[in-house]
Write a protein that binds this ligand. Structure first.
Ligand code: ATP
Ligand code: AMO
Length: 458
C-alpha cells in the first residue's frame, strides 16, 4: 500500500486506512492509551495506541526512531493543539525501521522552539532548553528536522526554480563554468589557493571571467547556479566561505539600465512565486522566527549612489561620497528608503569606480563613477552587478591598476581581442536572498551545511 504523507492527513480522509512513515517525535501515556506524536518533514500527527503489547513495544522506542504504521484516520476526541494535523490515527500495526540513540545531542522539539516559547516557559517556571547555534550546526542532521528548517530549504529550492524559470523564459542559456582556476576572478585576498598538479591554482571566487567569456563566445545571454568560494577571514552574520551564486551575464544594446530592468522584473517575480508556492513553508518559518512579508514595489526603486549618500548625509550620517558604504550605512539607508519610498527592495547604481572590481565599466561622463549597481533587501546587499569593460587595452590597464597579475588571466583578456559585444551582468548570493526574505538574523540558517572561517564540518 502506498504511503500517505503526514501533511496529507486531513478531515476529508477520515474513515480511511493509511500507511505512514515518520519519526517518533515524542509520546505520552494517558488513560491506558499511548499517544505517539509522529513527525514527517516537519508535519506532526497524533497516533493512538490502545493494545497493551503494542503499547509496551512503542513505549520503548527512542525519540527520532523511524517507524511505519498502518491505522485508521479518525476525528480526535478533543481538538488537537500540539500537532500540525487536526485528525488522529488509531494504530493497527506498527513496525520500527530504525532505532535512534537514546541520548541525542539535540532534541528536535527544543530546536524548534521560538524565542517567545522559550520566554514563556521561563515565566511558567519550566524553562525549556535553548539550543545554541553551534550545537545546531554540529548536529545539523538533527537540526534539519525542525519544521522551520524543513521550510527554509524548500523556500531556497523555490527561489532557484523561479530564478531559472524567469531567465529561461527570457531566452537565457544555463551554463556551468569551472571552479578550478589559474588566477582569482575578483582580485583581492579572499581566495582559496591550492595546488593543481604542481601548478598554483585557486577556487573560483565567482563565475565572473568565464560567464563573460561565454558572451565573447556568442552565447548572448547566460546564467549559472553554482558554488562560489571566498576565503573570508571575518566571522559575520552574512559571509560564508562557500555559498551558492546565482549569476547572470547578457549582451546589452544601449545602456546598463537594461540589466537593471531585468533585475527589476526578476526579483518581484521570485518574491511573488514564493508567496504563491510556499505559503505553508512561510508559515512554518514564521512560527519559529516571526517576520513581516517583504515590502516591495511593482516598479523596483532605483536610486543613484549619490542620491543614497545625500539621504544619509541629510540624516546626519558621515559618509565618503567616493568610498563604499559600510554595513551600518547600508542598514541606515535601508531604513531611510523604507520610510520615504515604502519599499524594502531597491537598487543603488553609479557606484564610485574605486570601490568596484577591475572589470567594471567606468561612466562615460565621469570615470570616478561606474556603470554598476548593488541591490538590497531590508538594508542588506544581495547583489552586485555592472556593465563590463569590453575593450582589452582598458581591461588590462584596470587589472594592472588593481594589482592583478595579468598573466594569470591572460586567456580572459585575450577573449576581448577577438571582438566582444557590450555586455554586463550580476551575481547574487542565494543564502542571502533567503535569509533576508525571511528576515533571519544569520546566513548559517539558510546554508544546509555552512562553511565559514571556522567551520569545515559536518
Ligand atoms: P561585495 O563583495 O560586493 O562587497 P559583500 O556583501 O561581501 O559584497 P563586503 O565587501 O564584504 O560585501 O562588505 C561590504 C561592506 O560591509 C564593506 O564596506 C565592509 O567594510 C563592510 N563589512 C564587511 N564585513 C564587515 C564586518 N564583519 N563588520 C562590519 N562591516 C563589515
Ligand atoms: P560580489 O562579490 O558582490 O560580486 O558577490 C555577489 C553576491 O554574492 C553574495 N556574496 C556572499 N554571500 C555569502 N557569503 C559571502 N562571503 C559572500 N560574498 C558575496 C552577495 C553578493 O551581493 N562577480 C561579481 C558579480 C557580478 O558583477 O556579476 C561578484 O562576485 O549576495
Amino acid at each position: 500500500k502506498e504511503l500517505t504523507h503526514v501533511s496529507n492527513l486531513v478531515e476529508e480522509i477520515v474513515g480511511s486506512e493509511v500507511s505512514i512513515r515518520g519519526r517518533v517525535h515524542k509520546n505520552r501515556l494517558y488513560a491506558k492509551k499511548l499517544f505517539v506524536i509522529l513527525r514527517e518533514s516537519g508535519f506532526t500527527a497524533q497516533c493512538v495506541v490502545e493494545e497493551t503489547s503494542m503499547i509496551k513495544f512503542v513505549k520503548q522506542l527512542s525519540r527520532e526512531s523511524v517507524v511505519e504504521l498502518i491505522g485508521l484516520v479518525s476525528p480526535p476526541k478533543k481538538p488537537l493543539t500540539g500537532t500540525t494535523q487536526k485528525v488522529e490515527i488509531h494504530v493497527r500495526k506498527i513496525y520500527c525501521l530504525s532505532r535512534s540513540l537514546l541520548n541525542l545531542p539535540l532534541v528536535v522539539e527544543d530546536a524548534a522552539r521560538s524565542e517567545a516559547d522559550i520566554q514563556k516557559s521561563v515565566k511558567d517556571g519550566k524553562p525549556a532548553a535553548r539550543v545554541l547555534q553551534d550545537t545546531r550546526l554540529n548536529n545539523r542532521v538533527l537540526d534539519m528536522r525542525t519544521p522551520a528548517n524543513q521550510a527554509i530549504f524548500r523556500i531556497q529550492c523555490h527561489v532557484q526554480i523561479a530564478f531559472r524559470e524567469f531567465l529561461l523564459s527570457k531566452e537565457f542559456l544555463e551554463i556551468h563554468t569551472p571552479k578550478l582556476m589559474a588566477g582569482s576572478s575578483e582580485g583581492g585576498s579572499a581566495v582559496f589557493r591550492l595546488d593543481y598538479k604542481g601548478q598554483p591554482a585557486c577556487l573560483a571566487q565567482s563565475p565572473q571571467l568565464h560567464k563573460q567569456m561565454a558572451i565573447c563566445g556568442d552565447m548572448r545571454r547566460v546564467f549559472e547556479v553554482g558554488p562560489v568560494f571566498r576565503a573570508e577571514d571575518s566571522f559575520t552574520h552574512r559571509h560564508l566561505c562557500e555559498f551558492v551564486g546565482l549569476d547572470v551575464e547578457m549582451e546589452i544594446r544601449m545602456h546598463y539600465s537594461e540589466i537593471m530592468d531585468l533585475v527589476g522584473e526578476l526579483f518581484p517575480f521570485i518574491f511573488t512565486k514564493i508567496e504563491e508556492r510556499c505559503p505553508k513553508e512561510l508559515e512554518s518559518v514564521r512560527k519559529q522566527y516571526p517576520f513581516q512579508s517583504l515590502k516591495f514595489l511593482p516598479q523596483t526603486l532605483r536610486l543613484t549612489f549619490a542620491q543614497g549618500i545625500q539621504m544619509l548625509k541629510e540624516a546626519g550620517e558621515e559618509v565618503d561620497p567616493l568610498g563604499d558604504l559600510n554595513t551600518e550605512s547600508e542598514r541606515k539607508l535601508g531604513q531611510l528608503v523604507l520610510e520615504k519610498y515604502k519599499t524594502e527592495f531597491y537598487m543603488l547604481h553609479r557606484y564610485p569606480s574605486a570601490v568596484r572590481p577591475f572589470y567594471t565599466m567606468p561612466c562615460e561622463d565621469d570615470s570616478n563613477y561606474s556603470n554598476s549597481f548593488d541591490v538590497f533587501i531590508r538594508g542588506e546587499e544581495i547583489m552586485s552587478g555592472a556593465q563590463r569593460i569590453h575593450d582589452p587595452e582598458l581591461l588590462e590597464k584596470r587589472a594592472r591598476e588593481c594589482g592583478i597579475d595579468v598573466k594569470t588571466i591572460s586567456t580572459y583578456i585575450d577573449a576581448f581581442r577577438y571582438g566582444a559585444p557590450p555586455h554586463g551582468g550580476f551575481g547574487v548570493g542565494l543564502e542571502r536572498v533567503v535569509m533576508l526574505l525571511c528576515a533571519l538574523n544569520n546566513i548559517r540558517k539558510t546554508s544546509l551545511f555552512p562553511r565559514d572561517s571556522q567551520r569545515l564540518a559536518p
